[in-house]
Write a protein that binds this ligand. Structure first.
Ligand SMILES: Cc1cc2nc3c(=O)[nH]c(=O)nc-3n(C[C@H](O)[C@H](O)[C@H](O)COP(=O)(O)OP(=O)(O)OC[C@H]3O[C@@H](n4cnc5c(N)ncnc54)[C@H](O)[C@@H]3O)c2cc1C
Length: 375
């Protein structure tokens, strides 16, 4: 019986899987490299079938309470002058009448952590250094904690998954860079924006700015054409210098934003990429969320895939608790068409917002028969 599972990563996918494993009677331990909940990140979206999953977790009302309250958005030209405005949608969240819920990433992380405080063990400030599998389980070594055995190990440690590197080897064949570097950070709301977004896009360069925390702060996302080497594993200071250099020619608000970025404590940077691989499992190890099938923020579906994947994985394990191999195979077979639909959305974003019809099909593109329909 697969009784104990170690999950690497306490982002969205990891705590969501821990919730469902506990629900189905398994024991889950989560190891997270950060010392505590990571602050920052932009708004993320819970859409389509992922809303069914959060509803089944009893979190529908809590998620609804956390939602952002954008009234609309302005598209700006390179000098920061408004060229278009709408009150029907925001750049980050899409149509306001879609039924989707947009929340800030750290708010959703906190909600999932709070929902799993009881009955789930969290190990902070640590990372797996090795996994040795044998016929009965996995011997896992950590940077700090002593060696332990688990029945199963799940990599939910994001796009650049460390566990994937350890178990599946070099990431190069799986990682498909999209040629865009993207930085997120928070600065004081010196623009006085009130529940309103600003966006700008010219070619690969662009930004999105929107207020948060009762309009006291601005969450900024700024993107640029990434050159080879721009995804090197620099420290935060090196990444800030890179962003300042690559965006140094941008006008409008950008020079002030870059100056304010220097003091940002929640800075996050990466070169956008998708993860496309198969199989997602090797023996007693499997991958979940961005680690196994990142669709990239361009799709707007990373969080929803992570939430649905967590449910499907735990559900399949519960169906054959003594046979993780077939459970992992069913998890992948069930998820893969849904993942592909959502990863393919990115090709549609090159010319503007994703057409509603294709987006609706992708976000609802998996049947979760066992879940009660949401209200
Ligand atoms: C700080 C941050 C900000 C983000 N902001 C945005 C955003 O604004 N817009 C957007 O669309 N997507 C954003 N993302 C990605 C988005 O959260 C994911 O696409 C989606 O929610 C899927 O979640 P995930 O849990 O699979 O991966 P993630 O949310 O990336 O979570 C992975 C977790 O694994 C942890 N981790 C990494 N390496 C190790 C290790 N060696 N050992 C243990 N733990 C490890 C990370 O610290 C993180 O907590 C962000 C991710 C992070 C980490």
């Amino acid at each position: 019986m697969a009784a104990t599972t170690l999950i690497s990563g306490a982002g969205i996918a990891g705590p969501a899987l821990a919730w469902w494993l506990r629900h189905f009677g398994f024991r889950a331990t989560v190891v997270e490299r950060a010392a505590a909940l990571r602050r920052g990140g932009h708004a993320i979206d819970i859409r389509g079938r992922a809303l069914d999953v959060t509803a089944a977790m009893g979190l529908a009302d809590a998620v609804h309470d956390l939602r952002t309250h954008m009234r609309g958005m302005s598209a700006l030209d390179a000098d920061g002058k408004e060229i278009f405005r709408t009150e029907e949608r925001s750049a980050s969240g899409g149509r306001f009448d879609s039924g989707d819920v947009e929340v800030f990433r750290d708010d959703l992380c906190r909600l999932l952590l709070d929902a799993t405080r009881d009955g789930v063990d969290y190990i902070w400030n640590d990372s797996i250094t090795g996994v040795t599998q044998d016929g009965t389980g996995c011997a896992v070594t950590f940077e700090h904690a002593p060696q332990r055995r688990f029945d199963l190990v799940v990599g939910a440690d994001g796009l650049r998954s460390h566990l994937r590197n350890l178990v599946f080897g070099d990431e190069a064949p799986f990682l498909h860079p999209l040629g865009v570097g993207l930085a997120f950070f928070t600065v004081p709301n010196y623009l006085g924006l009130a529940d309103w977004q600003y966006t700008h896009r010219s070619g690969e360069n662009g930004y999105i700015i929107f207020p948060n925390r009762d309009n006291t702060e601005l969450r900024v996302g700024i993107g640029f054409a990434a050159l080879p080497g721009d995804d090197a594993r620099l420290d935060a200071a090196g990444q800030k210098a890179l962003v300042a250099e690559r965006c140094g020619q941008m006008r409008g608000e950008v020079p002030r934003l870059l100056a304010a970025m220097r003091d940002a404590t929640d800075f996050y940077y990466g070169v956008l990429a998708q993860v496309r691989m198969s199989p997602w499992s090797s023996g007693r190890v499997t991958l979940l969320g961005d680690a196994g099938y990142c669709p990239s923020p361009f799709s707007g579906q990373g969080t929803s895939l992570a939430l649905v994947g967590a449910y499907v994985l735990a559900r399949e394990l519960s169906r054959t608790p003594a046979d993780h191999a077939t459970a992992f195979a069913r998890y992948e077979a069930k998820m893969q068409p849904y993942v592909t639909l959502n990863q393919n959305l990115v090709d549609l974003t090159r010319d503007g917002p994703i057409p509603d019809e294709q987006f609706d099909a992708a976000k609802n593109g998996i049947l979760l028969e066992e879940l009660p329909p949401r209200r």
